[in-house]
Design a binder for this molecule. Structure first.
Ligand SMILES: Cc1ncc(COP(=O)(O)O)c(C=O)c1O
Length: 382
């Protein structure tokens, strides 16, 4: 086993790998097996719903990237998120959640867990005082997603987690947008980090996967209860694809960030764009907080065009390099407008303008990306 890693580039390439175990193969084989046989009671691997070496390799790398004692992989981001939330609630618990967390996460707590008597208070602001004001004696979990979905609002993870801890409340953070390269919520005091590995961690839009990272005892309990009993384990082939994607994470994130910086600079000057929502903006209202808790920005952001919803439909249809679709964080540039598929009441509650356009900047040639955006913007003007 290699030692002495200095950076994330070493973690993704070598952490957890032991080539001597696999005839020196640089790529470990996929343990595509449901069970492991043994005539001994060995305490080792026995059934892939509970543990599998291929899945564990991805878990080791993700834990090391997050600076966590342990990582745990799941069949999807929502499987990881729901397992983490279930770990911290029981009947009668109260959850405080950011208003613009990923919508299915909001629905899981606000709608699904309501049948078990779990209540939720949504907080729109990102400061500690606003979260503290929502705490109740029965609050057991604060759920943050910083930056948040669609509007990319920032929450003060360190202050909120400290205030929560003082009251015995756990803090969980969806860190999908930033990736462990740009933000480490555990180092800021959070108890649990969640990822949709379907995005940047996988990076190739060829898998749906999720992960949690945190303290070893917490993760062991989640593995035995919320993952094993519900059966939301990661498949070995999925884990192999995830590990393959992880190996190029630092390289891909650098290119996503470089392309995005230039696309944002271009859109800031564009006559058809009125507002850009991206945590990388120099004059972002939360600049000081962003600098305190983040090390970089990724390639997913939103902008508000001058034209309305009809123009937005035209814009999406006119794009040619960009595809139109959900998800993000893959090699390909994508665009979508929540105004076209979200329930109006929910969109209004989340303060999302109906002509907002969200783009995921991919790894294509920068000039191709810029000229595609420019012609679609020009062709959609009112
Ligand atoms: C911020 C965020 N968290 C979680 C998820 C859920 O992940 P998955 O689709 O892998 O279940 C998504 C998916 O889009 C997301 O955008």
């Amino acid at each position: 086993m290699k030692q002495g890693f200095l950076g994330p580039e070493d973690i993704v390439t070598h952490a957890g790998d032991d080539y001597s175990k696999h005839l020196g193969a640089i790529i470990p084989p996929i343990y595509q097996t449901s069970l492991f046989t043994s005539k001994e009671i060995s305490g080792g691997y026995y059934y892939s719903r509970a543990s599998n070496p291929t899945v564990e390799l991805a878990e080791v790398k993700i834990a090391a990237l997050e600076g966590a004692e342990r990582g745990l992989c799941f069949s999807s981001g929502m499987a990881a998120i729901s397992a983490g939330i279930l770990h911290y609630v029981k009947s009668g618990s109260h959850v405080v959640m950011h208003r613009n967390a990923y919508v299915p996460t909001q629905h899981f707590v606000g709608r699904y867990l309501a049948r078990f008597g779990v209540t939720v208070t949504f907080v729109a602001a990102g400061d500690c005082a606003s979260f503290e004001a929502a705490f109740r004696p029965e609050t057991s979990l604060v759920y943050l997603e910083s930056p948040s979905t669609f509007l990319f609002q920032i929450q003060d993870i360190e202050d909120i987690a400290r205030a929560a801890r003082l009251r015995g409340i756990a803090t969980m953070v969806d860190n999908t947008w930033a990736t462990p390269l740009h933000q480490n919520p555990l180092a800021l005091g959070a108890d649990l980090v969640a990822h949709s590995a379907s995005k940047y961690l996988g990076g190739h839009s060829d898998l749906v996967a999720g992960a949690l990272a945190g303290k070893a005892d917490t993760l062991e309990t989640i593995a035995r209860n919320e993952r094993d009993l519900i059966g939301s384990c990661m498949d070995p082939h999925q884990a192999w694809l995830l590990t393959r994607g992880l190996r190029t994470l630092p390289l891909r994130m650098e290119k996503h960030a470089e392309n995005t910086r230039k696309v944002v600079a271009f859109l800031q000057q564009h006559s058809q764009v009125t507002r850009i929502l991206w945590p990388g903006l120099e004059d972002h209202p939360d600049r000081a907080l962003i600098d305190r808790q983040m090390k970089g920005s990724s390639g997913l952001f939103s902008f508000v065009p001058k034209f309305g919803r009809v123009g937005v439909e035209k814009f999406l249809k006119t794009l040619s390099c960009f595809e139109v679709g959900p998800s993000w964080g893959g090699f390909e540039s994508l665009a979508i407008s929540p105004g076209l598929f979200m329930a109006e009441a929910e969109r209004t509650e989340m303060a999302i303008p109906d002509n907002l356009i969200r783009v995921s900047i991919g790894l294509e040639n920068l000039e191709t990306i810029l000229s595609d955006l420019d012609s679609a913007l020009q062709g959609s003007r009112a």
